[in-house]
Design a protein around this ligand. Sequence first.
Ligand SMILES: NC(=O)c1ccc[n+]([C@@H]2O[C@H](COP(=O)([O-])OP(=O)(O)OC[C@H]3O[C@@H](n4cnc5c(N)ncnc54)[C@H](O)[C@@H]3O)[C@@H](O)[C@H]2O)c1
Length: 423
Amino acid sequence: MAERRVDPEDGATYTWDELSQFYNRKYKKKEIEAYWETCKPAKRTRKAKAEEEPKAKAKSKAKAKVKAKAEAAEPKAKAKVKAKAKAVPKAKETKPSGNFKVVVCGGCGGIGQPMALLMAMDKNVKELCIYDLDISPMPPAGVAQDLIHLERKCSVKGYVGKVNEPPVNFMEECLTGCHLVLIPAGLPRKPGQTRDDLFKINADIAKGIVEACAKYCPEAILAMIVNPVNSIVPAMAELYKKKGLDPLKIIGVSTLDVVRANKFVAEETNKNPNYISVPVIGGHAGATILPVFSQDKAGKLLPAEKVPDMDKHVQDAGTDVVNAKNGKGSATLSMAYAGARFGSAILSGLSGRKRTECAYCASTVTDLPYFAQKVVLGATGIEKVLPLGELNEHETKRLEEVKTQLKGEIDTGLAYAVANSLA
Ligand SMILES: NC(=O)c1ccc[n+]([C@@H]2O[C@H](COP(=O)([O-])OP(=O)(O)OC[C@H]3O[C@@H](n4cnc5c(N)ncnc54)[C@H](O)[C@@H]3O)[C@@H](O)[C@H]2O)c1
């Protein structure tokens, strides 16, 4: 009869096989072995045996195969027990899924529709609102009716705003009680259009929506996808500040740069992109995009002479999509994926499971007031803006280029905030 020990986490008794099977995916084998050593041997009365067995069965259901051999592992474990006292695994707290309300503004557009689809599939989303204008070729109610049929817990509803009228007139129900507003509402850049021209149009669109958020959901996180992010985010965050609200609630979504950097490194190194995480810092346009390959274990394998090309490849990836689409659109599907990845990370943080992502936001990690870097997402949104970490020679040189270009784009946003106010 295999030895049984008491797991202090739940007071029930288990054999080594059952315990190691239960914790298998959550902890390293050595940690489980050390934990086993700390579990007291069970006193086995008949009654206890009868009570414990069903619980043990439930735990052992978790996986069919058990490779760990307690006998073989024991001597090793004993030797490590003292040293590993700190590594005692605690059963991970299982937090319930969140029940969040999410709004997608511009939800009928090229990015908006697929991003709404991905958000409707997120287990933390209970209510999804699709907001768009009356001039949109696709009515928001149509997108909502389509998504409502997914076998997911979330309800979906469409809301329409009138073009050239303030969104605040149409968004009360849609925004009230919402936790996350994803904002791809705005025009994509047309060939030949300057970033400043695009800024003038999109800043007014963003301002209308941000104004409505300030009124109906001032605590919500506003994820800005609308371009030019480098100027729109400082403009909107400063307007929030002027209104007495938290500027860190306004976050620029730069996730697509990270997604692209990860994928390109995976292709180049033949590694699985799931295990690649290249921080991309700076801004979200052209030369302001700085992938820090040296901080990823696959990225740092890139030969030094390849790094400048890979860096440029990430910077130009958006243009590559526009060219491949013959100028008929920009990145929509990959952006929807990236936006939903970021949206899900925010909801994860709000539900108590912290996540670290790169994002463009108010920052003090450089001498610029806005910057993209890693941030910790927690129960209130951005909980911490993380330092840049170590940069190699190429990255240090590029950082100077990033800052020079980004400064001008931030200044454009700051000037807009000086000249405007939220109602
Ligand atoms: N952050 C990024 O990485 C990234 C990547 C790609 C595109 N973008 C930007 O995202 C934005 C949207 O791109 P798209 O390809 O989805 O464009 P799109 O034209 O296909 O969709 C935009 C949608 O926004 C709606 N809209 C416009 N004004 C609005 C308003 N005042 N209120 C509500 N809805 C409004 C439109 O009706 C349309 O449905 C662009 O600014 C684009 O440059 C950002």
